[in-house]
Design a protein around this ligand. Structure first.
Ligand SMILES: [Zn+2]
Length: 262
């Protein structure tokens, strides 16, 4: 089976997108960069696990050393919009402009061109797939039509673009963000363990989405620590970046659609 952990360092961008330059809102986002991200990096390093960081370009520009720490740690940095924009409020031309600007900014900061996209808030417009293909991306990680990776079709025709599917069930935000309806963090651990165990039994994919300003808090990070310990206790688990999973799927005979059936 494969485990693909992802972290979305949105930090201050959601507030900035909404024009909220209040110190309080920005500080809550800044926590993700100052505290959450370094804690996550230490945990990944001590566990020898690579991950993918989907980072809005504005967040990356505000925190260039953080981006470099992801790259030097052997992790993947991938696209997550310009400023966590709401795609459904943009014209096709605006969405295209921000997509290209984001890819250029991340390439400058990382030294390599990103190969994957997670759209902000998992929005997906009628233009998005065309932009993924125009940018030459290998995969998307914004859609929810399966537990396992699948190929996105366009008008019924294969595109070669691999979807690494997400779900709110495997996202820290709805359960653990402060100010939201609270679950005891360890209850969430039970949900995620069940998701992992079922994927393990079927030889499938366990994909997780977390945010440094959410999971990075002390009472939340322990959930990730215990989940990682549980996953590492099982033999035969491949911990991979989203790009590595996408490339594995694309390397299978017949491409993504065939690999699902095999
Ligand atoms: Zn985000």
């Amino acid at each position: 089976m494969a485990v693909a952990l992802s972290f979305d360092p949105d930090h201050e961008t959601v507030a900035l997108r909404d024009g909220d330059t209040g110190v309080g809102a920005l500080a809550a986002g800044e926590y993700g960069s100052r505290v959450g991200a370094p804690r996550i990096l230490r945990l990944l390093e001590s566990s020898a696990i690579p991950a993918t960081f989907f980072m809005p370009a504005v967040s990356a520009l505000l925190h260039p050393d953080e981006v470099r720490s992801y790259v030097s740690g052997g992790h993947e940095v991938a696209l997550h919009g310009w400023i966590h924009e709401r795609l459904d409020q943009l014209s096709p031309a605006e969405e295209r402009e921000l997509a290209h600007r984001s890819a250029d900014a991340l390439e400058r900061l990382c030294g390599t061109r990103p190969v994957g996209l997670r759209t902000p808030s998992w929005d997906f417009t009628a233009s998005t797939l065309g932009l993924i293909r125009e940018l030459g991306l290998e995969y998307d990680s914004s859609l929810m039509a399966d537990d396992e990776p699948y190929e996105i079709l366009e008008d019924g025709a294969p595109t070669g673009v691999v979807e690494i599917p997400v779900e709110w069930i495997r996202d820290d935000y709805p359960y653990l963000a402060s100010g939201r309806l609270q679950e005891a963090p360890r209850q969430v651990l039970g949900v995620w363990k069940d998701e992992f165990d079922a994927a393990y039994a079927s030889g499938g994919l366990f994909q997780l989405t977390c945010h440094p300003h959410v999971i990075g808090h002390r009472s939340r990070l322990v959930v990730l620590e215990e989940l990682i310990a549980h996953m590492r206790s099982r033999p035969g688990v491949w911990f991979a970046t989203h790009a590595q999973v996408a490339r594995y799927v694309r390397s299978q005979d017949g491409g993504p659609a065939e690999s699902r059936a095999s």
